[in-house]
Design a protein around this ligand. Structure first.
Ligand code: ADP
Ligand code: MG
Length: 252
C-alpha cells in the first residue's frame, strides 16, 4: 500500500441526478499528513462528491477506498467506525445537550461507549472517550464554555463545536465542508492552526472550500472541479496560478 492508499481514495466516481451527471468520473486521493482542498464554481459537483465520500450518497459507478478497503457500499455510520469523520455545512448541535456532551457523542461514535454506559458496565473505551473529548474541547478552545447549552453558542463557536465533535471520534480521515463559513478572523486563524497540527499528526484532511485565499494558505494539494469533472489538481500554488483554472472561475 502506498502512502496515498492509506487515506481516502475515489476511483472513477459517478453520481447522476436524472439527466445531470453531477460527478463525472472523479479520481481523488486524500493522503495522510496532508490538507487536500476541493474547490470549484457553484454547481461543480463538490457537495455531491463529498456526500459520496462520506457515505451520505451512493455513487452510480466507481469506488471509494478507505485505507485500501472498499467502502463504496458502506453506510455513513459504518464508515465512521472505520475512522472516517465529517462535518456538515448546515451546523446542527444536539439541542438540550451541553457543549461537552455534544463532543462526547462524537467520541462515543468510535468507541461504542454509549451502549456500555447505558448498561452501567465499566468500559475500557470510556476513559479514552473522555480523553478524546477533553482534547477536542481544548484544541478548539471550547473548554471555557463546555457546560453551556450548545444551542446558545454563536455561529462561529458552533462551527468549531462541529469540528470538535468530529475530532473526538479520533478519525484517520476528516472531511470538512466549508469549515470557515461564519467564523471571525480570530476563529479562522484558530481553525487553520488546528488543521495544520492535525495534518502534522498524520490525519488525512479534505477541505471543501469557497474561500480560495484560505485554500492557498492552508492546503498542500488542491483539486479543481467544474461541471462534474476534475479540471486541475496538484500542489496548491501551481494549480491556483494556472490560467485554465482562472478561466473556469471566471465562467462561474
Ligand atoms: P457544488 O457543491 O459544487 O455547488 P453540487 O454537488 O451541489 O455542486 O451540484 C452539482 C450538480 O448536481 C448541480 O447541477 C446541481 O443542481 C445538481 N444536484 C445536486 N444535488 C441534487 C439533487 N439532490 N437533485 C438533483 N440535482 C442535484
Ligand atoms: Mg456545495
Amino acid at each position: 500500500m502506498t502512502t496515498a492508499d492509506a487515506g481516502l481514495v475515489s476511483r472513477g466516481l459517478v453520481r447522476r441526478f436524472g439527466g445531470i451527471t453531477a460527478v463525472d468520473g472523479v479520481d481523488l486521493a486524500v493522503p495522510p499528513g496532508r490538507i487536500t482542498a476541493l474547490i470549484g464554481p457553484n454547481g461543480a459537483g463538490k457537495s455531491t462528491l463529498f456526500d459520496c465520500l462520506a457515505g451520505a450518497a451512493r455513487p452510480d459507478a466507481g469506488q471509494v477506498l478507505l485505507a485500501g478497503r472498499d467502502i463504496t457500499r458502506l453506510p455513513d455510520h459504518a464508515r465512521a467506525r472505520l475512522g472516517l469523520a465529517r462535518t456538515f455545512q448546515q451546523i446542527a448541535a444536539f439541542p438540550g445537550l451541553t457543549v461537552e456532551q455534544n463532543v462526547r457523542v462524537g467520541a462515543e461514535q468510535r468507541t461504542g461507549g454509549t451502549a456500555r454506559g447505558l448498561l452501567g458496565l465499566p468500559a475500557p473505551g470510556r476513559a479514552a472517550a473522555r480523553a478524546a473529548t477533553d482534547r477536542a474541547l481544548r484544541l478548539l478552545q471550547l473548554d471555557q464554555v463546555r457546560d453551556w447549552p450548545a444551542d446558545r453558542l454563536p455561529t462561529g463557536a458552533l462551527r468549531l463545536l462541529e469540528l470538535a465533535r468530529a475530532l473526538a471520534a479520533t478519525p484517520r480521515v476528516l472531511l470538512l465542508d466549508e469549515p470557515a463559513a461564519g467564523l471571525d478572523p480570530a476563529q479562522t486563524t484558530r481553525l487553520g492552526t488546528v488543521l495544520r497540527a492535525l495534518a502534522a499528526e498524520g490525519l488525512a484532511l479534505l477541505l471543501v472550500e469557497h474561500d480560495v485565499e484560505l485554500v492557498a494558505r492552508l492546503a498542500d494539494t488542491v483539486y479543481v472541479m467544474a461541471a462534474g469533472r476534475v479540471i486541475a489538481s496538484g500542489p496548491v500554488r501551481r494549480v491556483l496560478a494556472d490560467p485554465h483554472v482562472a478561466r473556469a472561475w471566471g465562467a462561474a
